[in-house]
Design a protein around this ligand. Structure first.
Ligand SMILES: C[S@@+](CC[C@H](N)C(=O)[O-])C[C@H]1O[C@@H](n2cnc3c(N)ncnc32)[C@H](O)[C@@H]1O
Length: 953
């Protein structure tokens, strides 16, 4: 890999018999016409779920918002591949390239030993296939060996590998090997995949800690075998040297029970003086120490010195262990008893919380100074070592034991503190230990408030500083990059998980992407520290000729590039710009040549976040710049998780303001249950495909309304049609589900809208930049609303006529639509959320029996309660509610005449012919869709339909 771009116009040998340069210059891309989103969702989900098998995770488990590589590959190939007249064939070829076709799937199942060689693919759902199969990237290039003749025959290429294909398509579109940019690269998932496919790459991020991860992806995971060998040797050398110093200091070794031992984990807690009793009390959230060793901590009162000895006992009975669950911190209070008198002090009282005259929160905690690395003796909070986990110091697996802290241990602590104290200032000045101030912020202010920590090294205890400093002063760029992973597992915010990993395990700081302070924490010794640092990384071949990693704001990155695939920080819950300072603080002064040109500051002020005007302006500047770096036929994919309906008009405005236009939108379910999910708010990823707007077209609202309606309908019908064709051909599943069709509706709306520069005489690129007041509904908002309505109109469940559909209230439509989808196997909450948003139903949960992420469902007729009939309920007075009630009564064997009499009472205007027709239609619909999930209810619905139809009036 070289840093200078070798990208020039070429007529490469690979192209001599393939596609001529620029022959696809103006061809629409496959991703603008089709994308197998259902399969892609399943593959993305599988990648996310196999967390440890993810290629780049070992570099930084703390980075949670990784976009799946399989999705990135789909975007890159989807942009490069042309869309032909034959969409089904295009899809077939695309699936071959993604390893999603039946033949390749069989090979994937063979590779996972779930299928014998030569056996045919079992008849089961794609989801089940993927669950059983290996992921294509786990198998490698040979998986794709058989596909090239078919791929070439369809596209006209002569490729026999991805780099060849990518180069030929790049030459045919842009005249050279394509350059893919990601100007918000984060952990580097998008540029890594681009480089692996053989594209040249420009990756940039405002945050140097993100750039480090991207650098690591290319140079550690993507490093050649020589570089990897050298790195391993460097890691071993550093581990050896540090161990020698630790041994010389003797701070991790001890002898007892006739054996030599080495410290494995050190457990610390805070200690504070109880103001009421005057006792010094350890702050322990639990007295349990290790489930695996059944170890607990006994607090033994020492009345004379008004403090507690902490005695560790192993192999206690199950009962004793359970009794030790409660520590001295209960809820938000410190609790202990002396002579049968309980003392309870609120933590905020302990800290002395108060409001300053200007109304700000403050307290009596001393604010630590730059050269502090442990509490001073008169600080409110002291830090105390309360247990040590020892490991037998011999080759092979020895014993483990948790022990009470001894005088010798305290002497060893003193040696560590003296050593760190002696070197701190020098190491800080040389950049081997952090000395960076913590700026106040949403995540960081609590560090001041809850502990008095003002500099980043205050988040590490002396042992952690010792290991960090000794390692960093010996590390090159690669080890420094991996060091972040070790720091993540070794700070005062690393929780001690006493229930896991045999004896227990020290968890990572960023387990929930926040900087939460702890009362007690675990600290790894050098052996477990180096176990993390030396963990082998997966290896992947980078085929790019040029990879440029820049630490720049997206609005000033310099290209040129042909494709730009980004995952910007839209309304991001994770405050990357704050929490990554935890790492920046360690590296900002070391100046490895590889990182020397980066700005070692999170530049919080430049970071894009939120959803207001600041966010919009930042996005506009970034995407305007990206467009300026690209040729006229360049393509962008903007990824964002769908959160609010407002996003669609935000996106339309951003696209407009940048002189771009939307050509497609896709929705892929990417997030897993565990990642970043708050409550039950499941996220998927929208892919917005955009190009430069080349002409200045004008229109007016009236014409636009027609056009929108036509386009939305056309789009939904095309996809429904593709579903049917594909079913007829070789599949037993839908290509697109309702949620995809709905997104296609949005896409169509954005496509129509953003092709115009001037609407009703207004220049939209200027209109889009106009500041908005909170809650203001702009012309764009109402156009989008209109488009959504049109899209929804196209999504009428089969079996209900358009005229009946129009008579229903939003919540009825929601219920009927979703019951149809449930019958089709849908149970993910995000589907319900999507349709609730689309149908403008705010209180959809009132009709849900379960709103769990992956097992949501509506209430059955029996599960509705009486108060769902009453005025407070959104279904109140609706025909649907009356029908469900009648079905419930039929289920209880009530006389049909009584049921009909109640129905007549419960439905306004029952005796009008139109009303009864509607009731019959809805009952018939329920009778059909419920058959596969609740046959009894289906039969009640059919009986009711029949009874209403035959009713004598
Ligand atoms: C959602 S993350 C990208 C995640 C990435 N796609 C991945 O898979 O890891 C957004 C990134 O945008 C970066 N960012 C925020 N403001 C920026 C700006 N003005 N210029 C460049 N990058 C910025 C953040 O540092 C963060 O790394």
């Amino acid at each position: 890999m070289t840093t200078a771009s070798k990208n020039k116009q070429v007529n490469s040998p690979a192209n001599q018999n393939g596609l001529p340069p620029f022959s696809l210059k103006d061809a629409p891309s496959l991703i603008e016409q089709v994308l197998p989103v259902q399969k892609l969702s399943i593959e993305s989900y599988k990648e996310k779920m196999s967390s440890h098998a993810q290629v780049l995770v070992s570099l930084g488990g703390y980075w949670k918002g990784r976009k799946p590589l399989v999705l990135n590959k789909a975007c890159i190939l989807g942009c490069l591949l042309p869309a032909s007249q034959d969409a089904i064939k295009d899809l077939e070829i695309f699936e071959l390239l993604m390893g999603m076709d039946d033949v390749t799937m069989a090979s994937r199942l063979v590779a996972s030993k779930k299928l014998g060689l030569g056996e045919s693919l079992p008849k089961q759902s794609y989801r089940q296939h993927v669950a059983d199969a290996k992921r294509p990237e786990e198998i490698g290039d040979q998986l794709f060996d058989p596909i090239w003749p078919r791929v070439n025959a369809h596209i006209g290429t002569t490729a026999s590998s991805f780099p060849e294909l990518v180069e030929q398509l790049g030459v045919a579109r842009f005249g050279h090997r394509p350059v893919v940019a990601d100007t918000f690269c984060g952990s580097g998932q998008i540029p890594f995949e681009a480089a692996r496919l053989g594209c040249d790459v420009v990756a940039s991020d405002l945050n140097p800690a993100a750039c480090m991860l991207t650098w690591g992806a290319m140079h550690i995971v993507g490093g050649n075998s020589k570089a990897r060998r050298e790195l391993l040797a460097e890691q071993h050398r550093i581990a050896e040297e540090v161990r020698e110093i630790i041994d010389e200091l003797g701070v991790e070794s001890a002898e007892f029970d006739g054996k030599a031992w080495r410290g494995k984990t050190y457990l610390y807690c805070l200690e504070a003086r109880c103001p009421a009793s005057g006792w010094l009390v350890p702050l322990l959230t639990t007295r349990q120490v290790s489930k695996g060793r059944m170890a607990i901590a006994d607090l033994v009162p020492d009345a004379k010195s008004k403090r507690y000895d902490i005695v560790i006992r192993e192999d206690v009975s199950a009962r004793e262990f359970t009794n030790a669950k409660q520590g001295t911190v209960i809820g938000e209070a410190l609790v202990h008893s002396v002579d049968a008198v309980e003392y309870r002090t609120a933590i905020k009282t302990l800290r002395g919380d108060f409001r300053t005259e200007d109304g700000n929160a403050s307290n009596r905690l001393r604010q630590w100074e730059v050269h502090d690395f442990k509490p001073r003796s008169d600080d409110l909070y002291q830090e105390r070592l309360f247990a040590v986990q020892w490991q037998e110091d011999r080759q092979g697996r020895g014993d483990y034991t948790f022990r009470t802290v001894t005088q010798d241990d305290l002497l060893r602590e003193q040696v560590v503190q003296d050593y760190v104290g002696k070197h701190l200032v020098e190491w800080q000045s040389k950049g081997w230990l952090p000395e960076m101030r913590i700026e106040p912020g949403d995540e960081t202010t609590r560090l001041y408030r809850e502990r008095g920590w003002t500099h980043w090294h205050h988040l590490f205890n002396p042992r952690q500083l010792l290991l960090g400093g000794l390692t960093l002063q010996r590390a090159g760029a690669a080890v420094a990059t991996i060091l972040n992973q070790a720091l993540n597992y070794n700070s005062k915010l690393s929780m001690w998980n006493r229930h896991n990993g045999g004896g227990g395990v020290v968890q990572n700081t960023f387990s929930n992407q926040a900087l939460n302070t702890l009362f007690d924490h675990g600290c790894r010794s050098s052996s477990t520290w180096f176990a993390i640092l030396n963990k082998p990384h997966k290896s992947a071949k980078i085929r790019a000729n040029s990879v440029r990693i820049k630490c720049e704001s997206a609005d000033s990155v310099v290209g040129p590039f042909d494709l730009c695939i980004t995952d910007p920080p839209y309304g991001d819950a994770v405050k990357y710009e704050e929490i990554l300072e935890f790492f920046i603080a360690w590296h900002r002064k070391t100046r490895h040549p590889e990182f020397a040109s980066w700005v070692w500051d999170s530049r919080r002020a430049l970071a894009i976040h939120g959803e207001d005007d600041g966010f919009r302006n930042g996005m506009v500047a970034s995407y305007r710049n990206a467009a300026a770096q690209m040729p006229d036929n360049g393509l962008q994919v903007i990824m964002f998780t769908h959160q609010s309906t407002g996003i669609w008009s935000d996106m339309a405005n951003i696209v407009w303001a940048c002189g771009l236009q939307v050509t497609a939108v896709w929705y892929v379910a990417t997030e897993t249950d565990s990642a970043l999910r708050q409550g039950d708010n499941v996220k998927g990823t929208n892919l917005l495909v955009v190009r430069k707007r080349r002409e200045e077209q004008k229109t007016n609202r009236d014409d636009l309304a027609w056009e929108l309606e036509e386009e939305v309908k056309r789009q939904v019908e095309t996809l429904t049609g593709l579903n049917q064709q594909a079913r007829g051909l070789y599949r037993n599943e839908n290509l697109f589900e309702d949620a995809d069709l709905q997104m296609a509706g949005y896409a169509a709306a954005l496509r129509v809208l953003t092709q115009y520069e001037i609407i009703d005489g207004k220049r939209m690129s200027e209109e889009a930049c106009r500041p908005r007041s909170k809650g203001e509904k702009t012309a764009v908002d109402s156009l989008i609303d209109f488009a959504v309505e049109v899209a929804n109109r196209c999504l009428i469940p089969q079996g209900i006529s358009e005229s009946h559909w129009r008579e229903l209230s939003p919540i009825e439509r929601f219920y009927l639509k979703m019951i149809g989808m449930e019958a089709g196997g849908v149970s993910k909450l995000d589907n319900y959320q999507n349709f609730a948003k689309a149908f403008k139903v705010s209180d959809f949960r009132s009709v849900m029996q379960s709103a769990k992420a992956n097992s949501s469902r509506l209430k059955s007729s029996e599960e509705f309660k009486r108060n769902d009939m009453s005025e407070g309920s959104p279904l109140h007075n609706t025909p649907l509610r009356a029908i469900l009630y009648a079905m419930m009564e039929l289920g209880k064997d009530l006389d049909t005449d009584d049921v009909l009499a109640h129905l007549a009472m419960n439905v306004p205007n029952y005796y009008a012919q139109g009303t009864r027709d509607l009731i019959v239609a809805l009952c018939q619909y329920l009778g059909t869709v419920l058959e596969s999930i609740r046959p009894d209810e289906a039969s009640q619905a059919r009986v009711l339909a029949q009874s209403v139809r035959n009713q004598r009036l």
